[in-house]
Design a protein around this ligand. Structure first.
Ligand code: UT7
Length: 337
């Protein structure tokens, strides 16, 4: 079928057995934001595609969102948390410095058999995590794994910076992966990349070891996300196009073979520009940033779950999950669902 399956068909594949997502109930509309900073619904809609975002309350943490999404994915996969062998939570807004957010999810799911950790690759964290699980399942070391992307970005948003606060939202998405002996289905290919030289394009500098909580900050804004919007914008389009083309080439697929591109929802214009360069028709590009904003590592699994629930992809369809974010990091997974 493609060169990955022709020459060296692995004995096992990681298949998506269940998926789920969860977003906090509180909503923040563009009109409400327009009362907080100098902006308008029209500007936000045309420049980003965002109409509304979900916002956590003070008592809603990243592990809480992650656990709710995970419960939905586990229920669909018909798997008890006690059977899980690995839990990865992709996040840049963890529960605390340590232990990992995944430790709290493990506890909530009674997943005592699992080994667990967080993965920090910003918006690419979920696709990075899938590539790790793919390796462990293909090598026969794991029977199953839970991968969650979960963020509470609004807790590190500068609500006085109109160039960034309009973009972000909170939420979580999860998938349960199981080992399958059907070599044609599941995660067929993953490609991952980074460029640490561009770390300044997107960051939140407090309170790591460079700017520890024990020392006063030289700039109080360092507690918030800082973005160089234009640089990210241009890099994102370029890297998404490159990465999707890599997937098509390595897997010997054409645009016709792809049912849907499920991209990280960073900005609708970025996704649309990349899709245009890839000659992907509108119906093969999923966009739900209007309902969630940019939720970083949670964005791809929320979009995937939403896409399935809206009936736009079904079992057997070939999809590409693609992400780009801070680091810089980018990557993609080709999945036959
Ligand atoms: O997932 C990875 C993280 N995502 C990102 O980092 C997002 C990537 N970048 C973007 O999505 C876009 O660059 C932004 C949405 C952040 C900004 O959109 P843009 O089209 O690149 O706008 P810009 O920064 O070039 O600013 C254009 C104008 C400026 O005014 P002047 O200098 O032309 O007078 C800004 O001051 O728009 C102004 N502006 C706003 N106006 C109304 C910036 N933010 C706003 C706003 N409302 N919220």
């Amino acid at each position: 079928m493609n060169n990955l399956t022709k020459g060296h068909l692995p004995a096992y594949r990681a298949v998506i057995a269940g998926h789920g997502s969860f977003a906090p109930g509180k909503l923040l509309t563009n009109d409400e934001l327009s009362e907080m900073v100098d902006t308008t619904d029209e500007w936000i809609t045309t420049r980003t595609g965002v109409k509304v975002r979900h916002i956590t309350e003070d008592n809603e943490s990243t592990a809480f969102l992650a656990t709710e999404a995970a419960k939905r994915a586990l229920a669909e996969a018909k798997l008890d948390g006690r059977e899980l062998e690995l839990i990865i939570v992709a996040t840049i807004t963890p529960e605390m410095v340590f232990p990992s957010t995944a430790s709290f999810v493990q506890r909530a799911l009674k997943a005592q058999k699992a080994w667990v950790f967080d993965l920090s690759a910003a918006c690419s964290g979920f696709v990075y995590s899938l590539s790790i699980v793919q390796q462990f399942i293909e090598s026969g070391r794991l029977n199953n794994a839970l991968v969650i992307g979960a963020e509470t970005l609004t807790k590190i948003t500068d609500w006085t910076d109109r160039a960034s606060c309009i973009l972000f939202g909170d939420g979580a998405g999860a998938v349960v992966l199981k080992r399958s002996e059907d070599g044609r289905k599941g995660i067929l290919y993953s490609t991952m990349h980074s460029d640490g030289n561009r770390w300044e394009a997107l960051n939140c500098q407090a309170y790591g070891s460079r700017h520890p909580v024990s020392k006063p900050l030289d700039d109080p804004k360092k507690i918030y996300m800082q973005i160089k919007g234009r640089e990210v914008y241009q890099q994102a389009i370029r890297r998404i196009v490159e990465t999707v083309n890599d997937c098509l080439q390595v897997c010997e697929l054409s645009i016709d073979d792809i049912k849907m591109l499920v991209s990280h929802q960073m900005n609708a214009r970025i996704i649309e520009s990349a899709a245009k360069r890839l000659k992907l028709p509108d119906e093969k590009v999923f966009i739900n940033i209007n309902e969630y904003g940019n939720t970083s590592a949670a964005s791809v699994p929320i979009a995937f779950d939403d896409c399935v629930r809206k009936g736009k992809i079904k079992r057997g369809d070939m999809i590409i999950l693609v992400a780009f974010g801070a680091g810089l990091t980018w990557g993609a997974n080709v999945v036959e669902f």
